[in-house]
Write a protein that binds this ligand. Structure first.
Ligand code: NAD
Length: 493
């Protein structure tokens, strides 16, 4: 069994308190690694190193072009190590190897993309209304960034957060989820190998209330970028407010996936299945509310039940597996509780609703792919994030009702629309209150496309050019170019 260490100032070090905790393999149901239990002192050491790299050096004096080159080398190393890292992720979170390897193979693109942006962060000369001044803007790194991540896609979140942060010239202290810290701790070595200077990329593992809270509270952390639940996001937002820190919050969702009767129904059924059963439903963008036009509801639901019936539940390492275990024990309990809640609310279970049996799934925290119909949008199963393979089917009559139900939720991360009518596709895209709307597709992401939420799904955007602004602060520089003495000192110039 491997015992991991924190990564601080370019070195692997033991936690100051000398304590470790278990990391579980959710498929085998066994402890497979030891993770450092860090606290405020470990966070302090990491933030100190990160701040020094950004102030004394060497990161502060690394040219933007050189920053980009180091980032490209890191991307190359991720390409070389993708399979090894993907296997560690599967060990920790039980998601399919095909899914995690796909993410690791795509991951380097964030580094290549933001490496290209590193030396294109240009200020402006403002054609000022006061001709006796030269007025310029400059975009500076915001400072030390605390990056706190969730357990479902640990290394993808590192790319989403750290690539724009490093391109902007910031240094980072990462606090990975206590359930899935191993891959991030392994990854840290690659940053050193890539030539990213000591102190620029640090990882401090531990629990949210200990290491996470200490990172948010640290006075030398200028910005928190967080991926996780809305509840923790709200707590972090409140804590960060005490230090007037900048935050980006990538939170949960209860996304509507909306199928009209003019859609290609086979494609829509595949999209609906991908929206809820991929990653065992453990994705922030899960299309967990399936809104189906009443005229096709029965036919469409039958198609979907058939997909759920034939989905293979089992070993996440096997290529033929479609649905792996739920990652954490508390999450498994939560999903089973929501199934009970849905039943008690009067929703009708069409398929699933229990723990599957079989030789391959004895040790794991498995949940059957589950579909509820006769769901009303007021039920808890339609309003609250389950984060598991549990779908609520809700009927609607027309476009207006689809919009009303689609938006009637506290979240606003994503939405799907399935229709062949181009006008309807555009009207729906505009009307849905969500950070992302997918039309005739679902669960697509790119390093080039901004991603983030509205309402209780979050603040800020990751990916795309605008993501780099999350890590920059604009400075206005005024230079008086006249030879004359300033005018009346008691009047605004
Ligand atoms: P979580 O909120 O329980 O934990 C996320 C992280 O926050 C962990 O690293 C945890 O240790 C840390 N944390 C907990 N309490 C803290 C505190 N008081 N101060 C600082 N840090 C603290 O979330 P989770 O269960 O790990 O992840 C699942 C959630 O993440 C779901 O709600 C899902 O929708 C969301 N998510 C969102 C996105 C997105 O991009 N919008 C992506 C993936 C997951």
């Amino acid at each position: 069994m491997k015992t991991y260490q924190n990564f601080i100032d370019g070195n692997y070090v033991d936690p100051v308190g000398g304590e470790w905790f278990d990391s579980h393999d959710p498929y085998k149901g066994e402890v497979w690694a030891q993770i450092p239990r860090s606290g405020a002192k470990d966070v302090d050491a990491a933030v100190f190193a990160a701040k020094r790299a950004m102030t004394v050096g060497p990161w502060v004096s690394t040219t933007p072009t050189a920053r980009g080159k180091a980032m490209r080398r890191l991307a190359d190393l991720v390409v070389e190590n993708a399979e090894r890292l993907a296997k560690i992720e599967v060990r920790d979170n039980g998601k399919l190897y095909s899914e995690m390897l796909g993410q690791l193979r795509y991951h380097p693109e964030w580094w290549y993309y933001f490496a290209g942006l590193a030396d294109k962060i240009e200020g402006t000369v403002v054609p000022l209304d006061k001709p006796d001044h030269l007025a310029m803007t400059d975009h500076e790194p915001v400072g030390v960034v605390g990056a706190i991540t969730a357990w479902n896609s640990p290394l993808l979140f590192i790319a989403w957060k750290c690539a724009p942060a490093l391109a902007a010239g910031c240094s980072v202290v990462v606090k990975p989820s206590e359930f899935t810290s191993a891959s991030t701790l392994e990854y840290a070595a690659l940053t050193k190998e890539a030539g990213i200077p000591d102190g620029v990329f640090n990882v401090v593992a531990g629990f949210g209330a200990e290491a996470g809270a200490a990172l948010v509270d640290h006075p030398d952390v200028a910005k928190i970028t967080f991926t996780g639940s809305d509840r923790t996001g709200a707590a972090i937002y409140a804590a960060a407010a005490q230090g007037i820190k900048r935050v980006s919050l990538e939170l949960g969702g209860k996304s509507p996936n909306i199928v009209f009767d003019d859609a290609n129904l086979d494609a829509a059924a595949a999209g609906a299945a991908s929206g809820i059963f991929a990653a065992t439903g453990q994705t922030c963008v899960a299309g967990s509310r399936l809104l189906v036009q009443n005229s096709i509801k029965q036919e469409f639901t039958e198609k979907l039940v058939e997909i759920a019936r034939t989905a293979r539940v089992g070993d996440p390492m096997k290529a033929e597996t479609n649905i792996g275990p739920v990652t954490t024990a508390p999450q498994f309990g939560k999903v089973m509780d929501y199934i009970d809640i849905a039943k008690s609310e009067g929703a009708r279970c069409l398929i699933g609703g229990g723990k599957p049996e079989g030789p391959e799934i004895t040790g794991g925290q498995f949940v059957e792919p589950t579909i509820f119909t006769d769901v009303s949008n007021q039920m808890r199963i339609a309003q609250e994030e389950v984060f598991g393979p549990v779908l609520s089917v809700i009927g609607f009559e027309d476009e207006a009702e689809a919009i009303e139900i689609g938006n009637d939720v506290i979240f606003g991360l994503a939405a799907g629309v399935w229709t062949q009518n181009i006008g309807r596709a555009i009207r729906m895209s505009r009307a849905l209150k969500a950070g992302t709307v997918w039309v005739n597709t679902y669960r697509a992401v790119s390093y080039m496309m901004p991603f983030g939420g509205v309402k209780r799904s979050g603040i800020g955007r990751e990916s795309g050019i605008e993501a780099i602004r999350e890590y920059l602060s604009t400075k206005s520089i005024w230079i008086n170019i006249s030879e004359e003495a300033p005018g009346n000192p008691f009047v605004l110039r």
